[in-house]
Each structure stands twice: as C-alpha cells, then as structure tokens.
Design a protein around this ligand. Structure first.
Ligand code: FES
Length: 147
C-alpha cells in the first residue's frame, strides 16, 4: 500500500478501508458535497447533518466513494471524528490533523489521498454557509508539495 508506520496503524487503516464506518447516505442531510483527487479520479461524497437548533454542531456524517485505502480509510475515520464537532472545529482541521489521525507516514504524493475527505467536509460546510461557491472539491487546488 506504500505507507510506512507501525503495524497497528496500518491495520487500523486496512480495517477502515474494508469495513468503512458511516458508509452510505443520509436522507436528511443538511448538506452534501463531493470531491475528487484529479490525479487518480478517486472520489468522496459526504452527507452531513447539522444540529437543528444551532446549526453549529455536526450530528451525523455518511460518505461513499471510490478510491485507494488511504482516501477511503481517511473518510471513514473522519466520519467518526466529525460527529459532535462544531463547524468551527471542522474548519480548523488541517492536513497535519488528518495525518495524525491516520497515524502513518504519508508520502507527499499520497497527502492528497489523505486530505480528500477533510477538504470535502470543509468545502461542503463553506458552501452551505455561503462562504464559497464551488460545484466539486478538487485536491488539485491544495498547495501540497510534490517531490
Ligand atoms: Fe486516488 Fe489515493 S490514489 S485518492
């Protein structure tokens, strides 16, 4: 799979890849957004339900997609973490948080796989709140260094 790090974390990634958590759709989604890693064409689509009262807390997340183990495991792990998080906390996440969550060394090329789900969730929220106008997220817009 081309990722380094401890066996435990590798096992965890494979487990999330094979048994993705929160996989599917949410009919009552507050917003839905899709994104792609244009280098490979892999996609993640995410549904997010916000708390009815304050619209600041994430109540539920579901995703579906096609892609490598890192992109899909990252979406699965993130879908668990996001529940109970505020929109502000979501917007505060960066690629280091995602890489920490995965717990493995990610090569520069694979960083785009790792951050796809995070970017989809963040862009989806920004579009919903009128802060961004975008049809689909692309990791191409990320300023990741490729070495
Ligand atoms: Fe496509 Fe990882 S190889 S997202």
């Amino acid at each position: 799979m081309g990722i380094g790090g401890s066996d435990m974390y590798r096992q965890q990634i494979l487990d999330h890849y094979k048994n993705p958590r929160n996989h599917g759709e949410l009919e009552d989604a507050t917003f839905t957004h899709v994104g792609e890693n244009p280098m490979c064409g892999d996609t993640i689509e995410m549904d997010v339900v916000l708390d009815d009262d304050d619209e600041e807390t994430i109540e539920a997340v579901a995703f579906r997609g096609d892609g490598c183990a890192i992109s899909q495991a990252s979406a699965s792990m993130l879908s668990e973490r996001l529940q109970g998080m505020t929109i502000e906390e979501l917007e505060g996440l960066d690629r280091d948080d995602v890489i920490d969550m995965l717990g493995v060394d990610i090569s520069p090329m694979r960083v785009k796989c790792a951050v796809l789900a995070e970017k989809v969730a963040q862009d989806g929220a920004e579009i919903y709140f009128g802060e961004k106008d975008l049809d689909a997220t692309s990791t191409e817009d990320d300023d990741v260094h490729e070495e």
